[in-house]
Design a protein around this ligand. Structure first.
Ligand SMILES: Cc1cc2nc3c(=O)[nH]c(=O)nc-3n(C[C@H](O)[C@H](O)[C@H](O)COP(=O)(O)OP(=O)(O)OC[C@H]3O[C@@H](n4cnc5c(N)ncnc54)[C@H](O)[C@@H]3O)c2cc1C
Length: 448
């Protein structure tokens, strides 16, 4: 989620794709029984590892998957061009600590913030009044939620501050809720919304945002295919149990998504203090997904301008958010989030169901000929991913302060990082980066 009026109207939460190759990485295997064990090799975990390596502190980085990156993942196999399954935008790029890193790694960034927005309803493009009504509704909702007085009136959900009514306000709620925060606005805290940065500067990374971040951070040793099950911190040394056996350390840095701690998938012995567990429970995972469709090159001639274009399409009473032709490629990135994503994840064949929905919405706006141009598609389905459990964490109404509490150490030996715990950048890659750095500094002080 990112708080930026101009960006919301223009573009939101996109996939970055382009015809450039991925940077290959090499990772060695780490040694056992180090000073620090890091759990999870996403941005937070890799950043923490780099920080410890620079300080000369021994560590072992354990990752459940057969790859690094977690929710920051660029690959080129699916479509033959870099495809970011998760993060794809440097939001608030002028203040984003990852912007100089990605640029410094030699990755081009593109400002797509002035791209056009097209709107379709019932198979036809909106007239001027329709465009104005939609824009007004989006701005009205943002204004109401931004200006809600949390101090005097208490935290409230965006929906209770400004309930939806007509089709335009339904669109506004979908954009602010499902397509930005990964939840309905009935669960979106005004305080959480207000506390996040939004400068309006948005950059895309054609070679892949995740690829750029990990190239900038550089290679670190990672032990892959290692699922952490339990952290025993009752004794002098901490024992971490995994599917591949146990190892010990003086300190542990935990970077996994919030629900994995909240529901005890990683167990702690003794249990974590109640204030810590409550904070995790107050910040559950929301879900945002991409349904990416690849077409024949003739797809690009469907619209007048062969540029990256956002299209909001109302299909069967539901608004869809599409990014058409990213970087001029014959692709469509359709977004789905919140309840719709969870429902798709439960279908017998989520891939087929999601692709079908997105393709039908597109055909509704541009005609059935798009179906004959279709080549292949992919649905990210983050909600069904056991090591992600969704896209990013939201703070429940009245629980915004829990974000910082998630990041607080326990017993000066257990350290916590990840996108959920830096309020200003919450949900975003920079929160993972900043919290990974801080957790490593704290762990280094503790074991040094
Ligand atoms: C669809 C989507 C779009 C997004 N768009 C943007 C965007 O445009 N801009 C932006 O800034 N951010 C965006 N984000 C958010 C961004 O991707 C995340 O904030 C960031 O990648 C989180 O990094 P992390 O290190 O905190 O967590 P993760 O990436 O989840 O890393 C945690 C790691 O822990 C591992 N793990 C889990 N359980 C275990 C276990 N038991 N044992 C060992 N390892 C385990 C996981 O496999 C994972 O690798 C988006 C996310 C999604 C899903």
């Amino acid at each position: 989620m990112s708080k930026s009026t101009s960006r919301r109207w223009v573009l939101n939460g996109l996939g970055a794709l382009a015809a450039l190759p991925l940077i290959p990485f090499r990772y060695a295997t780490a040694s056992s029984n180090p000073d620090v064990i890091i759990v999870g090799a996403g941005i937070a975990g890799i950043t923490a590892a780099r920080e410890l390596a620079q300080k000369g502190i021994s560590f072992t980085l354990l990752e459940a998957r057969n790859r690094i990156g977690g929710r920051a993942y660029t690959e080129s196999e699916t479509f033959g061009v870099p495809y970011d399954h998760g993060c794809a935008w440097l939001h608030s790029a002028d203040k984003n600590p990852l912007t100089p890193l990605v640029k410094g790694a030699g990755f081009k960034t593109l400002d797509e913030g002035d791209g056009d927005v097209w709107m379709y309803s019932d198979g036809a493009e909106l007239d001027d009044d329709g465009y104005d009504a939609a824009k007004d509704a989006i701005e009205h909702l943002e204004d109401r939620v931004d200006n809600h007085d949390v101090e005097d009136d208490g935290d409230k959900s965006a929906r209770s501050i400004s309930p939806p009514g007509d089709k335009w306000s339904n669109l506004a709620h979908l954009i602010m809720g499902e397509y930005e925060a990964g939840i309905g606005t009935d669960r979106l805290s005004a305080e959480d919304f207000q506390s996040q940065i939004g400068t309006g500067e948005e950059l895309m990374v054609p070679q892949g945002m995740a690829a750029g971040i990990f190239k900038a951070l550089g290679p670190v040793p990672v032990t892959l295919n290692t699922v952490v099950k339990k952290v025993n911190w009752g004794g002098k040394t901490i024992m971490v149990e995994t599917n591949n056996g146990g190892l010990t350390a003086k300190a542990v840095i935990i970077t996994v998504p919030t629900d994995i701690i909240a529901d005890g998938t990683i167990a702690f012995e003794p249990t974590l203090p109640s204030w810590k567990m409550a904070a995790y429970g107050n910040c559950p995972m929301g879900v945002l997904d991409k349904i990416v469709l690849q077409f024949e090159p003739s797809f690009n001639s469907l619209l007048d301008e062969a540029n990256t274009t956002t299209a909001y399409i109302e299909h069967n009473g539901v608004w869809w958010d599409h990014l058409l032709r990213p970087f001029g490629l014959p692709l469509d990135v359709a977004f789905t989030g919140g309840e719709q994503s969870w429902v798709l994840a439960k279908q017998a064949d989520p891939q087929a169901a999601a692709i079908d929905l997105a393709l039908n919405a597109l055909a509704d706006a541009f005609g059935s000929e798009v179906k004959s141009m279709f080549k292949k598609g992919h649905f990210t389905n983050w909600g069904a991913d056991p090591f992600a459990r969704g896209a990013y964490a939201y703070a429940k109404v009245g629980k915004n302060k829990s974000r910082e509490i998630i990041g607080k150490p326990v017993d000066d030996r257990l350290f916590f990082a990840g996108e959920a715990c830096v309020t200003k950048w919450a949900t975003q890659a920079p929160a993972a980066y900043l919290s990974g750095k801080k957790a490593a500094q704290n762990a280094a002080d503790a074991v040094g």
